[in-house]
Design a protein around this ligand. Sequence first.
Ligand code: ZN
Length: 447
Amino acid sequence: MALTEYAHDLDTPVHPVSAPDYMPAEQLRALQLHRLQGLVRRVYDHVPLTRRRMEERGVRPEHIKTLKDISLLPFMLKTDLRDEYPFGLFASPMNDIVRFHCSSGTTGKPIVIGNTQNDILVWQNGCMRALAMCGVRSSDVMQVAYGYGLFTGGLGLHYGGEGLGCAVLPISGGNTDRQLMLMKDMGVTVIACTPSYFLHLIDEGMKKGIDFKRDMRLKHGVFGAEPWTEEMRAKIESLTGIAAHDIYGLTEICGPGVANDCAHRHGLHVFEDHFYPEIVDPETLEPLPDGEPGELVFTTLTRTGTPMLRYRTRDISRISAEPCPCGRTIRAIERISARTDDMLIIRGVNVFPSQIEAGLLSVEAVLPHYVIIVDKVGGLDTLEIKVEVTRETLSDDIKSLEALRARVAHAVQRIINISAKITLVEPHTLPRSEGKLRRVTDLRQKS
Ligand SMILES: [Zn+2]
């Protein structure tokens, strides 16, 4: 069947690189099984840790006869990457490794990922397909403001953009004035960075009198590397008039370009001919059917440097059980707005920062800049949220300001089921970030 017959994206013609996105499901499953069998054999032969775990379970590579048999295999965790630092999980000789990446570890040793030439090509393919899904084309000028270096964001999107034939501006993170100047002067049409850095760019631009809708040629934002919400997307789009796309990935699997949302925003399509997704119950670790929420697990079907077998991401999501109207056969995962690692337990209640963000941004006058402070006073957990609101609102009289504060408090409490102290502050007073932003301060850990 001709590629165009699969094309249902809103007004975006299908890019040739997207062909595997539309592979007939039966053919896709057969390809996945074939690749899984090859991967299991490779890991069994070359990674002692996995081999030992498989032997403990009495599982051998030839036991993998269907895709369902993946549940026989052991999981991999971030701690395995730390414990086997630096090369214990490598499945290829150093002669075949062409590039390392490391996680931005805050404590102790980082995790080290080795890429073979083939791994780099597969990763580039994922980023190209992600950008094509966003509607990015060879005529676009793309500013990559993700960090370059050991972090995967910069180089991932860079090779993706070049692969599509875009004119790529590899500016990396930071130096906001120069970012804004070049974005304007060079007629940049695509920006790739963290959503929090883009907010910072908008903010600094506004201070200089730059109106993104009027002064920039920007059409697309490719945002990832931190959890963000639909409410944040709506704020960004209304402030700038661009389409804000969600790209997903993680260093352990390759980097960005594992999944991306299409024009229908039905979730993020996983490039599952390379990255096989599962959802498991985080407690029992039993696989869950499509549609059920749980922890996202990935197997890198084609990676050879540091392949991951059933890697537990700690991200909470679900695989969509419904086909997407865009016609892609690769399945979609629900956008990640919660990471198990980010969960706060406040007065015995589980709270995700993304829930607080959703509540805050549902109120009109609220700006997308906030911090969350958790503390313990007299044995009781306290939650304070400081949030910026528009200058016009702050000049309103005390009574209407108090009404706004109450409205924000109610919007948050409705979602998280506990009360919070809300402090409304002036624009540009809370911290900004040139990379990943930490909005949560938990003072209880220090006591
Ligand atoms: Zn779709």
